[in-house]
Design a binder for this molecule. Structure first.
Ligand SMILES: [Zn+2]
Ligand SMILES: [Zn+2]
Length: 336
């Protein structure tokens, strides 16, 4: 089969990958849509130096080989962390923290930038028939945004800031907006910030705003979510967070940030790391149209270089799908 493979230093397009066979408790998914995430680009910069395999973890596809009749033929999305199943974390519902976990397209598991992937059944979530797969592909990053309200109490009367104007920030801002809180988005690009105006009360440009007026308590924020994807984000977050407030860290990047930790002590700041989140609420929000994302810019797998370099809101791969004229009603999809 065709796929985009990480060989330890770069991505390569291959046509000689074996079609995977599912083991017990696993199903095979024929990938329809797979989105590129900034984490994939971090892999290319050295974020996961040990990884070798098919890249990618955001997808929607059809289950084509399984022992589970509930899944056969369904359009599905899938979670990326597969735990060992018996350690303390796996036993207590924290599989994503299993020290021996495999991670789709990132660590020990071939990902979704290919014609097929295999995934454990308990990580697979069927998509309702009225949610088109090209929108369902946003489930995983939206779930990551929904992790924030599982961790932090969001008071609808409070002020929240999101640092970052990229894709992750866009999803987070939409989720936080649903809480009713007054939302400010701080970013580097005026044209990107404009896209946040339907759900952000205020947008501010980084260059014009460095947090120096934040000694004035009125201009600080109870909760600051750092989603800029760069180490400077945490420094700005520390300047604008209210005393006794909370900073939520959402970005992962290859590199480190130098931070004066005593500020956390003196100002009694709570720091919350936040990663993958719950899929079912994300599917519900997408299905009900309560969050909306721009159309993905689709590429073919062999065009991966252009896809990775794309400046579109979201670039991805359209695989096993005719570009035109397909009716996506689940009942009509049968792959042999
Ligand atoms: Zn992702
Ligand atoms: Zn485990």
């Amino acid at each position: 089969m065709k796929g985009v493979y990480f060989d330890g230093s770069k991505a390569v397009f291959r046509e000689d990958l074996p079609v995977p066979e599912p083991s017990q408790g696993h199903s095979r998914i024929r990938v329809m849509y797979a989105n590129i995430c900034s984490t994939d680009k971090e892999v290319l910069k050295g974020y996961r130096p040990q990884f070798r395999g098919v890249m990618g973890h955001e997808f929607a596809g059809v289950v084509d080989r399984t022992e589970n009749p509930e899944l056969m033929g369904r359009v599905v999305v899938g979670e990326l962390n597969e735990g060992c199943g018996h350690c303390l974390y796996c036993r207590s519902g924290r599989e994503k923290h299993c020290p021996d976990r495999k991670v789709l397209g990132l660590d020990g598991l071939d990902g979704c930038f290919a014609e097929y992937l295999v995934l454990a059944d308990h990580l697979i979530h069927p998509v309702p028939p009225d949610l088109p797969p090209e929108q369902a592909v946003y489930t995983e990053p939206l779930a990551a945004a929904l992790e924030i309200p599982t961790q932090v109490h969001l008071d609808p009367r409070s002020s929240i800031a999101v640092i970052g104007d990229g894709r992750l920030a866009f999803m987070i801002a939409q989720v936080l907006h649903l809480s009713g809180a007054e939302l400010t988005v701080i970013g580097k690009h005026r044209e990107k910030l404009d896209a946040f105006s339907p759900f952000a009360s205020h947008t501010r440009l980084c260059g014009e705003y460095d947090g120096t007026d934040a000694h004035d308590a009125e201009s600080t924020y109870e909760t600051v979510v750092e989603a800029s994807g760069s180490p400077e984000g945490i420094l700005l977050a520390l300047k604008i967070v209210r005393r006794q407030g909370t900073i939520v860290l959402k970005s992962t990047y290859a590199g480190t940030a130098e931070v004066d930790m005593s500020l956390f002590v003196v100002n009694e700041i709570t720091l919350v790391g936040s990663r993958c989140g719950p899929f079912e609420p994300a599917i519900r929000l997408l299905k009900d149209g309560l969050v909306r994302f721009p159309e993905v810019e689709w590429h073919t797998l062999d065009d991966f270089d252009a896809a990775f370099r794309s400046k579109a809101f979201k670039a991805g791969f359209r695989i096993n799908v005719q570009p035109e004229g397909i009716n996506f009603s689940q009942k009509s999809i049968k792959f042999t």
